[in-house]
Design a protein around this ligand. Sequence first.
Ligand SMILES: C[S@@+](CC[C@H](N)C(=O)[O-])C[C@H]1O[C@@H](n2cnc3c(N)ncnc32)[C@H](O)[C@@H]1O
Length: 294
Amino acid sequence: MIDEQLTARSSSDPGGSGSPILGRAEFATIAKIMQSDARIHLSDAKTTLVQSRLSRRLRDHGLASFRDYMTLVESNAVERAAMVVALTTNHTHFFRENHHFEHLRKTTLPWLKDRARRQPVRIWSAGCSSGEEVYTIAMCLLGQDRSSAGWLRDGDVRLLATDLAPHVVESTRRGIYSAETIEPVPAAYRTSWLRPNGANFVMADEARALVTARVLNLFEKWPMRCQYDVIFCRNVMIYFDDAAKAELEARFVDLLAPGGYLYIGHSERLIGGATSQMVGCGQTIYVKSGGSGG
Ligand SMILES: C[S@@+](CC[C@H](N)C(=O)[O-])C[C@H]1O[C@@H](n2cnc3c(N)ncnc32)[C@H](O)[C@@H]1O
């Protein structure tokens, strides 16, 4: 009860640390903004997380309370966008949920190679974070050594990587990763497609040339002008409520070519209208019905 009264006051931490406490009213305003701007759902259980992630922004602006910070956010569109970005979770790693990449190599890749002989091939990493996902896809397409990459030189194959958060999109563009970050990359791929860059490693030109990275809020208008063959949207929809998931999944299905593949995160599932056109073909892997190869 005492805790509730303290958090409801939105003042400084009476425990002595000096950190401002996030009160209920301010948390409710933040949750409303996250819902309207990014469709990210914040339950009350996220209060401590939100408080700790935003305390740096309060410090940077020299503000002593969340009440003052909310006054700033409500009058300043730049800070509002920065707050939304600060509340995104950007955790990712190379070859995350490796069964997806095994499926990509064994099943999807032969289909893509065949298509690339006749038409453009388009792949989207939606909610790409700092690029480990899209470069894992790129390395799977390039193959374990340089001799396996010829089909990409002959075809029109492009990978689009998008995220709401500009700083992770910039990291994707740079394609530079620490030695620790590249640890999950199998040795053959590492040797072929990563180059030393000071204390770090940079993705080889062949991998970077395949990738276009853009800032994009998934709930705004999409820039695509053609159908896509493969969409990865993994560990992104967990942050949305069911209505937002269903809306987004229906848009993914519309964008996919018949026979195209959708990969979603390990704790996610298809809901709503999307389920009628997608057939499960592996753990959290779906193929759009109507294709000849899928
Ligand atoms: C946990 S990361 C997942 C990264 C990668 N897909 C993976 O599975 O490793 C989730 C990403 O989704 C992005 N995101 C969250 N809401 C978004 C939205 N409405 N539009 C675009 N990206 C969003 C976040 O910025 C974050 O980088």
